[in-house]
Design a protein around this ligand. Sequence first.
Ligand code: HAM
Length: 426
Amino acid sequence: MLQSIRGMRDILPAEARRWRMVEDALRGILQAYAYEELQLPLLEPTELFTRGVGEGTDIVEKEMYSLTDRDGDSITLRPEGTAGCVRALIQHGLLFNQTQRVYYSGSMFRYERPQKGRYRQFYQMGAEAFGLAGPDVDAELMALGQSFWRALGVEGQLRLEINTLGSPAARAAYRDALVAYLAPRKGSLDEDSQRRLERNPLRILDSKDAGTREVLAGAPELPEFIDAESRAHFSRLREVLDELGIACQVNPRLVRGLDYYTQTVFEWVTDALGSQGAVCAGGRYDGLVERLGGKPTPAAGFAVGLDRLVLLHEAVHGDPAEGLAAADVYVCILDDRFHGWSMKVAGKLREQLPGFRIRVHAGGGKLKNQLKRADQSGARYALVIGDDEAAAGQPTMKFLREDRPQEQLPVEDIVTRLRSAAQSIR
Ligand code: HAM
């Protein structure tokens, strides 16, 4: 049997309904903050990521799905959205003398070791703000996150960790100091960290290896190297967060795995999903626009990992009974002659009851079997259309989840009943 590729999942209908709900909630909030949608290609020139995300990062070194196309060009399935977003805004001249607040969503691809919450094809919803240098924008991005979690009822499960990497010069000075300290102790580091020592030493701070952590205990600390301007930016950010009532923890070890960050970095983390606890992550990347060929432009953003957010939603809320339903109303047809009229009745209900899902039976069969299908669909109501109903122009309404006698009613009355039932349930 043919199987999906490892780390690439099918989202089946019952799960897809939760996805839709989660995604719609985030989209609604992004729109309420007046962020505008941007749709971006899945494939980009490989160079965009080697230059944007950084040569020494895990993503570029070992996780990209790259291929040579028929023209001999190296192209890559996007491992993240920020670089493509910057490329698009530069390409279309949308960063000249103007600010932009945009969002995008879609699949990203990384060749990682799959486990719960970590996949090779995963889904992000990202927001990015351009041309705005102040800590107010960093705070707005965090407020957006908090609005997401509130809307989905998962706010109690997520904590905000923040840090500052300082100016590029401060970050470079720290990097040098860290390497100077670690190089003579290289033999005590784990294998991954030894490799990172040359290419991406800041990432060693993330190591979970006990030996490495012991060595790190005596290492120089990032906060000692932060320049005065970045320090002021960071402390103003914390004041604004405080005023907004957004709790956060400063984590001086938070460095992030992509090269483009400067100053503020942050992650929303949960303990409810095991080791893959980062549900949303981002920060400021003031140098990236210039690095990709644009004019110097301050920028900041984040991406939510939707796979993880959906898992968290499930962990918190479980499966609501009505959440499994595929339809609200199921229309049964007792004779082929009534197909046209049944579809018209269904059409009228769909028109007058937005949000209702009306499924019309297809394939014939006895009423008993049709009602069985209605039950399997999760519908609360069935409409039955046979000779009597067609003659009277009134379908019979059956209540599948209540102990109530069926009634033959004009379509307008059925609409009224369903509408008031919806108000009491939803
Ligand atoms: P990132 O930390 O690489 O940042 O990814 C952001 C989020 O995507 C993670 O916190 C996680 O929830 C989710 N994620 C990452 N990899 C996987 C995976 N293999 N499986 C499932 N979920 C995953 C970025 O991608 C930056 N572009 C974020 C950003 C936007 N920074 C500034 N603007």
